[in-house]
Design a binder for this molecule. Structure first.
Ligand code: ADP
Ligand code: MG
Ligand code: ZN
Length: 569
């Protein structure tokens, strides 16, 4: 609540600011428009871009929130060319910095970077400019937060540059990395809190695609810019089609699915497939190569040369896709990515949004697919290290299991935004398919599962998803089967959905046990919720997902009895 109050204060302030900083009445307005057209070869600003540019040129500190692909870079790159001096750009990854430099060079803009592998001559040139203003002048200087925090020499030159009046602005890209609440926390970003002390008169512009309240306030605190301007543009990406598909249990079927869509739906189109681990990226990419698809793995363990060659060939469409770990793509600037596929569920809604957001930057239609299978949840869960991460993973599970609510709506909930479902335009599989929903009574299933768990507990056996399913289906270890538990009359895949639903609702929980070599995930009865005699658990599912052996009720029946229940209460 405190957070909300504080944020609303910021917001009402920003409403005024939007009037203050919109428009073209500023002394720099003509120059800004000329630069847009002549330097950046663009015709018009996107709505929030001009606001941000005017505010930063008015020397205000500012946080800019725009979705991935929204055009954040322009908001510090263009102001960097107005007036003398340079803009220091803090960016989290060297690969990102390289990307930026390549695109700046194409436009004929001098962007330099300095890091531990910069040559002596280059360093000398950069330092000469910083300490003496020697030509060639530098307009944008990119550094990583690690470099900034570790290099004392660099800091001293930065102070000299400031003393000469040549430190114009500080831009901090992916600024959410400051916050532990964000999804990419980086310890070295904490050092950035010193910048405002050292250079109090230099405006800071922080850029991010993460918009949750807690992250924003945390960032303001961290950077010493409490109460700074906040501009945000809508996070809705109307051209992205969001879709969840069931991931086949058999690897072979899974590969068939991918081969098929890559060769048919996405023929001659460019994309990214995200996989859970480095090993997965290697295996998946090899298997798809064997099926004649031009594809390569991309991850942090690749040798630097190979990595940049894979990246380059993907940019040139020599490779149709890369199979990547999430490390790939922060700030990737390929406008025509037509598909992003999550081969297993992403670790948070933020990641889902961000990673999917790398598709369709050119504004043309693109498809974002999550391949969901319940057992993947346990693989991800094993990698989770905190309660926060666990909660985040849970919300993705919920997203995947939801076959009725508009996927845009589900995403919007995470950015404290409200999108009406007509905003979707049938651009998600739930709105498009609009399945008829029925409620299945799965109370008996829950009871059976509890009996299996109790029996296993007596034998000191931890139940994995697999063992639980086996016992339920009367296969596997005989000692774990329970006589009066009826074998379900549905496919295993459907039984998994039931277990997932019970887990999501707290009737079951997963817990971890650690060995020296692995983390194992097991299933247990929920602690908070328990099953009493009059508990009824009903699970909404599309009507065509036939669940034999479970009683069902229509949506209107459920609504009726709900209304009655409330009356009685
Ligand atoms: P972000 O950092 O917000 O993810 P980028 O700054 O990398 O996004 O920009 C994404 C793409 O949008 C780039 O290809 C860029 O050239 C393009 N872009 C940015 N601003 C505009 C604009 N005003 N008009 C058209 N295209 C733009
Ligand atoms: Mg960016
Ligand atoms: Zn929708």
């Amino acid at each position: 609540l405190e957070l909300e109050k504080e944020f609303n204060l910021n917001r009402s302030f920003d409403k005024k600011s939007e009037d203050l900083y919109s428009g073209t009445q500023f002394p720099w307005s003509t120059r800004v428009q000329t630069l847009l057209e002549e330097k950046f070869k663009l015709t018009t600003f996107r709505p929030t871009q001009l606001l941000a540019i005017n505010a930063t040129l008015s020397k205000k500190d500012l946080l800019l929130l725009m979705p991935t692909g929204g055009g954040k870079s322009l908001c510090y790159q263009l102001p960097a060319l107005v007036g003398n001096g340079m803009t220091l750009v803090v960016s989290p990854l060297l690969s990102l910095i390289e990307d930026q430099q390549i695109s700046l060079n194409k436009l004929g803009i001098v962007g330099r970077s300095i890091n531990s592998s910069t040559s002596k001559e280059d360093k000398k040139q950069i330092y000469e400019y910083m300490s003496k203003g020697t030509k060639p002048a530098i307009k944008l200087l990119y550094v990583t937060p690690e470099w900034l925090s570790k290099s004392k020499i660099f800091k001293s030159y930065l102070q000299k540059c400031h003393a000469l009046g040549n430190l114009n602005k500080i831009a901090i890209d992916e600024v959410h990395c400051c916050s532990q609440w964000g999804h990419d926390f980086r310890p070295d970003y904490q050092f950035l809190s010193l910048l405002k002390d050292m250079f109090f008169d230099v405006p800071i512009i922080g850029l991010t695609a993460t918009a949750t309240l807690s992250v924003l306030l945390d960032v303001q605190n961290m950077l010493n810019i409490k109460g700074c301007l906040i501009f945000r543009s809508s996070f809705n990406r109307p051209n992205l089609f969001y879709k969840v598909v069931p991931k086949p249990t058999q690897n072979e079927d899974c590969l068939n699915y991918l081969e098929n869509i890559l060769k048919k739906d996405f023929r001659n189109q460019s994309g990214i497939i995200y996989a859970l681990s480095i090993k997965d990226t290697e295996e998946l990419s090899q298997a798809l190569r064997n099926r004649g698809i031009r594809i390569r793995p991309y991850h942090a363990n690749l040798d630097a040369n190979l990595r940049s060659s894979v990246h380059g060939k993907w940019l040139n469409n020599e490779y149709q896709a890369v199979v990547a770990t999430v490390a790939f793509g922060m700030g990737i600037d390929k406008p025509d990515v037509r598909f992003v596929i999550h081969h297993s569920m992403p670790k948070s809604m933020e990641s889902l949004y961000q990673e999917s957001g790398r598709a369709g930057r050119d504004g043309k239609p693109a498809t974002c697919i999550v391949m969901y299978r319940f057992s993947d949840y346990f693989r991800s869960s094993a990698m989770v290290n905190s309660k926060t991460e666990e909660t985040k993973l849970h919300s993705v599970l919920e997203y995947c299991l939801d076959s009725t609510t508009c996927r845009r709506k589900l995403l919007a909930l995470h950015f404290d935004e409200k999108w009406e479902s007509d905003v979707c335009n049938k651009m998600c599989n739930n709105c498009k398919d609009h399945p008829e929903i029925v409620y299945y009574n799965i109370t008996s299933a829950c009871k059976y599962i509890y009996s299996i768990i109790e029996k296993a507990e007596k034998q000191d056996v931890h139940l994995t998803l697999l063992k639980l399913l086996d016992a339920w289906f009367k296969t596997g270890d005989k000692n774990l089967r329970v006589e009066n538990v009826k074998q379900p009359n549905v496919e295993r895949h459907h039984a998994e959905i039931i277990i997932a639903y019970l887990l999501m609702k707290g009737f079951l929980i997963d817990y971890k046990s650690y060995t020296a070599y692995a983390t194992n995930c097991y299933i247990q009865k929920g602690r908070g919720r328990c099953l009493t005699d009059d508990t009824v658990i009903e699970m909404p599912l599309p009507v065509d997902m036939k669940m034999r052996g479970f009683a069902k009720r229509s949506v209107s029946d459920v609504a009726d009895s709900e209304a009655k229940r409330i009356k009685i209460d």
